[in-house]
Design a protein around this ligand. Structure first.
Ligand code: UDX
Length: 438
């Protein structure tokens, strides 16, 4: 079994390092952030992910997982080095910010004294692997002995462990049979479960990831565009989506209408794809992604409008209970969270917004200190003029509408995620509104 290093211990890297150690590999996690390394080494996962804390403890106890800030140690230790650092949107641009990927490779390469494979997992602009191949060969003492491969990662937050242990597929972008053989060795237990591996060149492997995310974003914006059509015609997007989903060529996944997509991946990935395609002279081919992004942003604005309509046209002084802050349930991630965007816009329009989320409160307080926060649904709902459901956590789906009606000043609710049974809420005396529903 090759010895693995995982460079970058954020969401993707920490999950990958922990799961690989559980699968039986010797793994060294590397990060420039000493505090993060210390927390992981002491058994603490620095973010919310169901199932991962237990696996971290198990991996540490096995003695197969360690963490370090030293790239020299990583170069000495590893046969296969996974690069798992972030590629956020560059401020003021649609482009991906490549500084962390470039730095990770530049920090590691001078310590590669023997044959090794450097494997990119981050989501990157097409052409990055070719560029990094040059960089590695220039900086590594082992020169041409060091190869680069691309192995995109498709994990979803909230399902990161399962997506890593039992992925739908593995994609191996390689430049030689040796690189393919090394990747197969680095994933032997996963391949042994029958997981299909698609072997491609480097550019195709980079493209698979952005093409997949662009497709998913397009599917969500498609149904949300239909919601807009429904709003203009009196049709019901909830029933429409259900009827479309029975066509198994379409399928119901990622066809859930509502407030739209957010998070650290889909929004910035489609923008970076647009930017890179334009640079490559094929911008027209993906110009529709600008529309996908715009449809998605309009859902946030429309949710604010629904709240305004429901309270009679003026938001000033209105007390809003906002249920949800995370960009989706089972996550504490608030990056580009539609929920906080809506809450913040309502507040700017004069409303007093109190937010509750089961997991994302600390992150929300940090990014949105202008909002106020409460410790429970009942606390934020007390004396509210309107309730807005923004993230479809299970505990919000299970709210008893009769009990909640007893807490609020006015029983009015906007269901931004189509998460509630409209008939049940109306029967309990609520004025219920949802995007794309009459
Ligand atoms: C996504 C991809 O799914 C994953 O493969 C990739 O590796 C990273 O980006 P993630 O960001 O964790 O994963 O979230 P995902 O579950 O895909 O949801 C993205 C957003 O779309 C969320 O804001 C969610 O609320 C929204 N969504 C999803 C919808 O609005 N409707 C749907 O039907 C599905």
């Amino acid at each position: 079994m090759p010895r693995l290093t995982v460079i970058g211990t954020g969401y993707l890297g920490a999950t990958h390092a922990i799961c690989m150690a559980v699968l039986g590999y010797e793994v060294l996690g590397v990060d420039v952030d000493a505090a993060k390394v210390e927390r992981l080494a002491s058994g603490e996962v620095p973010f919310f992910e169901p199932g991962l804390p237990e696996l971290l403890v198990k991996a540490l106890e096995s003695g197969r997982l360690r963490f370090t800030t030293s790239f020299a140690e990583a170069g000495e230790f590893g046969d296969v080095h996974f690069v798992c650092v972030g590629t956020p949107q560059r401020p003021g641009s649609y482009a991906a910010d490549m500084r962390y990927v470039d730095a990770a490779v530049a920090d590691l390469a001078p310590h590669l004294h023997r044959r090794a494979l450097v494997v990119g997992k981050s989501t990157v602009p097409i052409g990055t692997a070719a560029r990094l191949t040059e960089l590695v060969r220039r900086l590594a003492p082992a020169g041409d002995e060091v190869e680069l491969a691309w192995n995109p990662e498709f994990l979803r937050e909230g399902y990161a462990v399962d997506d890593t242990m039992k992925p739908d597929r593995l994609v191996f972008g390689v430049a030689s049979p040796w690189a393919q053989q090394r990747l197969r060795a680095a994933y032997a237990p996963v391949l042994a479960q029958g997981t299909p591996a698609v072997v491609t060149d480097l550019a195709t492997a980079e493209l698979v990831k952005v093409a997949a995310n662009a497709f998913l974003a397009t599917k969500i914006s498609y149904i949300n565009a239909m919601a807009e059509v429904c709003e203009g015609t009196g049709a019901d997007v909830h029933d429409l989506a259900q009827a479309l989903a029975y066509d198994n060529r379409i399928g119901g996944r990622f066809l859930k209408p509502g407030l739209g997509f957010g998070g650290g991946c889909l929004p910035k990935d489609i923008r970076a794809f647009l930017h890179r395609a334009e640079e490559l002279g094929v911008g027209q081919a993906v110009a529709f992604l600008r529309e996908v992004d715009d449809i998605n942003k309009r859902r946030r604005a429309r949710t604010v409008d629904l709240v305004r309509e429901l309270v009679g046209g003026d938001l000033s002084g209105v007390r809003v209970a906002a249920l949800g802050a995370a960009f989706k349930p089972n996550s504490d991630d608030v990056r580009d969270a539609p929920a906080l965007d809506v809450a913040s816009t309502l507040q700017q329009a004069g409303a007093t917004v109190r937010v509750f989320d089961p997991a994302a409160m600390d992150n929300a307080r940090r990014t949105h200190p202008e909002l106020s926060y409460g410790q429970s649904t009942m606390e934020v709902a007390r004396d509210a003029d309107v309730v807005v459901l923004l993230t479809e956590w299970a505990e919000f789906r299970e709210i008893d509408p009769v009990a909640l009606a007893g807490m609020v000043a006015h029983a009015r609710i906007v269901d931004g995620r189509h998460a509630l049974d409209a008939a049940r809420w109306r029967a309990a005396g609520w004025e219920y509104r949802a995007l794309g529903r009459p």
